[in-house]
Design a protein. Structure first.
Length: 58
């Protein structure tokens, strides 16, 4: 797995940015779950984040 992030390391993608989720999925990090209202933007609004992860065996 040379040149890749440490296997098992999670990736977060903002729910308001579907392109970020597509990048993670194409890189081999499937969606593992959603963190509801876990990210707060500067204006105080809260948004969901999607958790992407992979194992060394993936």
């Amino acid at each position: 797995m040379a040149g890749r992030p440490v296997a098992g390391q999670p990736r977060l993608a903002g729910g308001a940015n579907p392109a970020s989720c597509r990048v993670a999925e194409r890189a081999g990090y499937p969606v593992e779950g959603t963190l509801r209202e876990s990210h707060r933007y500067g204006d105080g609004r809260r948004y969901d984040e999607h958790l992407h992860a992979r194992l060394a065996t993936d």
